[in-house]
Design a protein around this ligand. Sequence first.
Ligand SMILES: Nc1nc2c(ncn2[C@@H]2O[C@H](COP(=O)(O)OP(=O)(O)O)[C@@H](O)[C@H]2O)c(=O)[nH]1
Ligand SMILES: [Mg+2]
Length: 252
Amino acid sequence: MADQLEPVLVVIPTYNERDNVEPIVARLHAALPTAHVLVVDDGSPDGTGEIADELAKADSAGRVHVMHRTEKNGLGAAYVAGFHWGLERDYAVLVEMDADGSHAPEDLPRLLDALGDADLVIGSRWVPGGKVINWPVQRQVLSRGANFYSRMALGAKVKDITAGFRAYRREALEKIRIDNVASQGYCFQIDLAWRTIEAGFTVVEVPITFTERERGQSKMSSDIIREALIRVTKWGLRRRGTQVRSLFTKRP
Ligand SMILES: Nc1nc2c(ncn2[C@@H]2O[C@H](COP(=O)(O)OP(=O)(O)O)[C@@H](O)[C@H]2O)c(=O)[nH]1
Ligand SMILES: [Mg+2]
């Protein structure tokens, strides 16, 4: 495992987050002054992208970058584009973080500390010490259910495999070949964690407090849930198929 954990790039996907983008970048830089930010905006009609451009212009240290994409293509595609941007440069660590304040930037130093002994650190709501605040009960049930189903289907030990507050070492992202990730919605999180585990990397969860957004709207939808259900079931069946085949091909 390489030791280098600097420089850090925090990728923040945005769609209609005009009231959230400035406060989240300010909080991040208060918590971690050296971190760079890449806002990946999918042409938000509410002007989020333009606000991000202003933030980039105002940051004389050059820590704020903005990628403008023309269509709303989902969280997964935004992260893949953002990670490519970061991997083309010299960032040693790539972080995923929501724009809406659900992920506290103040927790990021703890995630980065844990990366000293891991390749992927997941900020987890569902390990001892993890919490959710103001999250409607149906979202908690959905998250718990998605995690339970993923654990059953994939056999992964991770307690919060759908969590979107994470830090990756660049070596892990390079190895898992993110260019062929097709998952668009929150399934993207399961997809990347699963690839990282399958590639033999060390995944560690640290407890975080997840606070539901105060401003703007969630983009969760039934299509996103359906996508995750279908893909996880497919991966699970493929895994079972491989296990069964290996039973029959095992030599005595
Ligand atoms: N670029 C981009 N960002 C998105 C898209 N969908 C969601 N996001 C961002 O992803 C983050 C999490 O989304 P959110 O709607 O809060 O999901 P929730 O917390 O699960 O309800 C926020 O920063 C959103 O603005 C998308 O299609 N494109
Ligand atoms: Mg949110």
